[in-house]
Design a protein around this ligand. Structure first.
Ligand SMILES: NCc1[nH]cc(CCC(=O)O)c1CC(=O)O
Length: 314
């Protein structure tokens, strides 16, 4: 059988993730090659849309340069272009956010400045601690940790999953259970050409059913809200002990002055997408649309902490 080509961005985090997927596939007996693709995002071009990284890997899929694209699921837009499918989701890593530079949110002094380029993290932090300042911190994980060490912020927020994959778990001061993670955070999304049965089967073979169901629910909620990467939105689903699903969500203004939080559970057997749509409908009924419109206006008037909620190429 011919070699399966795994496309990835060339950042340190993306390469670790792609190697992880490659080793899962090799464990299943496949012959695999990892092909780093340099994207316009990685080249530092200023485009206000995180889908740029995804698009360049889709171009490589379309050009038949790679067979499976590995993405951080939270960077993948809610809708894929025609001709592509989300063909697999491996077991999810820790989905939560981490605070680096302080032992807890409570221990940060009054008015402390936290570094993040994520609208969601800014909104969630300020919803909990309106006194906190937020400063945009860009760059990959190591760059941001260096900026923290340089004193550019009292603390920063990063995904636990990214820190651990890069062996920087020691930098975690506290895991922020109070924050609702970004949709897809901690999960990997394997994208293939829709008509490539071999690649689809390979991706499906290393799929974790719970991770796939949770991601499907979170992405359905994003679609129901019409959310984009400029939306301060958190959504995190888990499989419950009785085989059902539980979905927590957050929508708020970037300055933390208004927000909605929700939690919805469903019994075993619920279709994840139906569940995600229902959770989105509940948020809309509670006023999410107005909040999102106001968040977008705020973003248009004065530049948000960063161009995208989850920030910059890593
Ligand atoms: N867009 C940034 C990004 N995309 C994926 C991760 C971390 C790994 C993950 O969430 O799967 C990060 C960094 C961060 O938010 O700290």
């Amino acid at each position: 059988m011919s070699v399966l080509r795994i496309g990835t961005r060339a950042s340190a985090l993306a390469l670790v993730q792609a190697e992880h997927v490659a080793s899962l596939l090799r464990d299943g007996g496949a012959q695999v090659e990892v092909i780093p693709i340099t994207t316009s995002g990685d080249r530092g071009r200023l485009l206000g849309d995180k889908s740029r990284w995804v698009k360049e890997l889709e171009a490589a899929l379309l050009a038949d340069e790679v067979d499976v694209a590995v993405h951080s699921a939270k960077d993948v837009p809610a809708e894929l272009p025609d001709g592509f499918v989300l063909a697999g989701v491996p077991a999810r890593a820790d989905a939560r956010d981490a605070l680096c530079g302080a032992a807890s949110l409570e221990q940060l002094p009054d008015g402390a400045v936290v570094g993040t380029s994520s609208l969601r993290r800014a909104a969630e932090l300020r919803a909990l601690r309106p006194d906190l300042g937020v400063v945009a911190l860009r760059g990959n994980v190591d760059t941001r940790l260096r900026k923290l060490a340089d004193g550019q912020a009292a603390a920063i927020v990063l995904a636990v999953a990214g820190l651990e994959r890069l062996d920087r778990g020691a930098a975690i001061g506290a895991v922020l259970d109070q924050l609702v993670p970004a949709p897809g955070q901690g999960a990997l999304a394997l994208e293939t050409r829709a008509d490539d049965d071999r690649a689809r089967a390979a991706a499906a073979a290393i799929t974790d059913a719970d991770a796939a169901a949770c991601l499907a629910a979170e992405r359905a909620l994003v679609r129901r809200l019409g959310a984009t990467c400029h939306t301060p939105l958190g959504a995190h689903a888990v499989r419950t002990a009785d085989g059902g699903l539980r979905l927590r969500s957050f929508v708020g203004l970037p300055d933390g002055s208004a927000w909605l939080r929700d939690e919805l559970s469903a019994a075993a057997g619920i279709d994840p997408e139906t569940f995600g749509v229902a959770a989105g409908t509940r948020l809309l009924a509670a006023g999410a649309a107005e909040l999102l419109a106001r968040a977008e206006q705020a973003g248009a008037g004065s530049p948000p902490p960063a161009s995208t909620p989850e920030g910059v190429p890593l």
